[in-house]
Design a protein around this ligand. Structure first.
Ligand SMILES: Cc1cc2nc3c(=O)[nH]c(=O)nc-3n(C[C@H](O)[C@H](O)[C@H](O)COP(=O)(O)O)c2cc1C
Length: 404
């Protein structure tokens, strides 16, 4: 009996590092989300996790991935799997780009710097948001990896021109113009909690903060968070006064943005241009006519128009219409490497992911982002092997069964 017991008893080595202990239990992005939910104040978690109105589009983005099944091939020698590809003429180790997210320091004080450093280690591009809490220059100094800059078009075009110039002179490789934010979507979790940026300290926040002492301690010890790019450029919305995100966006952003502005942007920016927020085949055609290098099929992770279509469902029709004229990025709902493989098989060049890395950041800071990128990379390789391909060029529609 003792012999049998000895043969089956295995104790895990006692891990003294609390972050390593936490990450050892996180087998998936969903696990990291659960840890982030536990560690972050509710208002902060809901700002990241939430979406517009009934959150139907948020659910639809993931449901679209779940609805696609594989048609795996076997006996195809997958001893060497290589998930690398190219995007905008550059090599990419994995068909993945980190999406821009505003106010990233709310998840962890290292915020954008942590995410940019983790992206650089993985070799994937990091997209810095206009609404970032670290400046264009600070992120450029922290990461020598590939970086893209996302623009929201302010009413004051001088401000936009200034930001584009700063991104060009600090080595950002591509400009991402987000076009699905004419006005801000109604994120009802934020409305219910009275969420403002930067967070104001009311009684509710104090109680929430006390229940999450780790986050509160780090937040209070770090320098105040602010809209770093905008302050550097014009001194507006400098984050010294608390405003709701919708007030801020609705007063600063230009709802008059049109295709003419894309032409203007072309004259200001001489590198590759990506339009993010395309949601129909017709607009994908207009983007191709405008001569942009890539589009991100995106509904802003369900945070803008509720009942917008899921990006994955647009990939094949858009690839059929304009796939020979521009590159397609599928953005929204990516939680696993198998999601990336599905999007690429349907005709996307790469995926963008937003919440996936924010959950990692909220769960375990910079190491949490490394963990997410490691999980996605391993997932992509394993999925490719299991569907029977050794390189992304072999990923085609015959390997997936989209819904009818
Ligand atoms: C907290 C948060 C902040 C975001 N901020 C921006 C932003 O500043 N600019 C932008 O173009 N998109 C922004 N997005 C949208 C993301 O770039 C991306 O489209 C979305 O997260 C994709 O869906 P996913 O979270 O399911 O990956 C944000 C998303 C989240 C979750």
């Amino acid at each position: 009996m003792i012999e049998t017991l000895r043969s089956v008893l295995r104790f895990r080595r006692l891990e003294l590092d609390p972050v390593a202990r936490r990450l050892a239990r996180a087998a998936s992005v969903a696990d990291l989300r659960a840890i982030a939910r536990h560690r972050l104040p509710r208002g902060v978690f809901d700002y990241i996790d939430g979406a517009a109105e009934d959150e139907r589009t948020l659910a639809a983005n993931s449901a679209a991935f779940a609805a696609v099944t594989f048609r795996p091939r076997v006996l195809r020698d997958v001893g060497e799997v290589d998930p690398s590809t190219t995007l905008l003429g550059r090599p990419l180790p994995l068909p993945l780009v980190l999406a821009p997210t505003g106010f990233t320091r709310i998840a962890d004080p290292d915020g954008e710097l942590a995410v940019a450093r983790a992206a650089a280690r993985a070799g994937v591009p990091y997209t810095l948001s206009t609404l970032s809490t670290r400046s264009i220059e600070e992120v450029a100094a922290a990461s020598a990896g590939p970086k893209w800059f996302q623009v929201y078009v302010w009413r004051d075009r001088g401000l936009v021109k200034d930001m584009i110039g700063r991104a060009a002179s600090t080595g950002y490789e591509a400009l991402v113009l987000t076009v699905d934010t004419a006005v801000l979507g109604r994120r009802e979790r934020d409305v219910r909690r009275g969420f403002s940026l930067p967070p104001k300290i009311g009684l509710g926040t104090l109680v929430d903060g006390a229940a999450h002492p780790g986050w509160t301690w780090r937040f209070l010890r770090s320098e105040p968070i602010r809209f770093a790019n905008v302050q550097e450029s014009a001194g507006v919305g400098d984050g010294t006064t608390a405003v709701t995100l919708s007030d801020y966006v609705n007063t600063q952003f230009d709802p008059g943005l049109s295709w003419r502005d894309v032409e203007w942007m072309r004259s200001e920016w001489h590198g590759p241009l990506v339009i993010k927020g395309i949601q129909t085949v017709d607009d994908a055609r207009l983007a191709a006519e405008a001569g942009v290098e890539a589009i991100a099929l995106s509904n802003h992770g369900g945070r803008q128009l509720d009942s917008a279509p899921a990006p994955l469902d647009l990939v094949a029709p858009v690839a059929d219409a304009v796939g020979d004229r521009l590159e397609i990025i599928c953005d929204g709902g990516v939680r696993r490497g198998s999601d990336i493989v599905k999007a690429v098989a349907l005709g996307a060049r790469a995926c963008m992911a937003g919440r996936a890395y924010l959950y990692g950041l909220g769960a375990a800071g910079e190491r949490g982002v490394d963990h997410v990128l490691g999980l996605l990379d391993a997932d992509v390789r394993r999925t490719m092997a299991l569907v029977g391909v050794s390189g992304v060029a072999e990923l085609g529609r015959e390997l997936v069964d989209p819904r009818s």
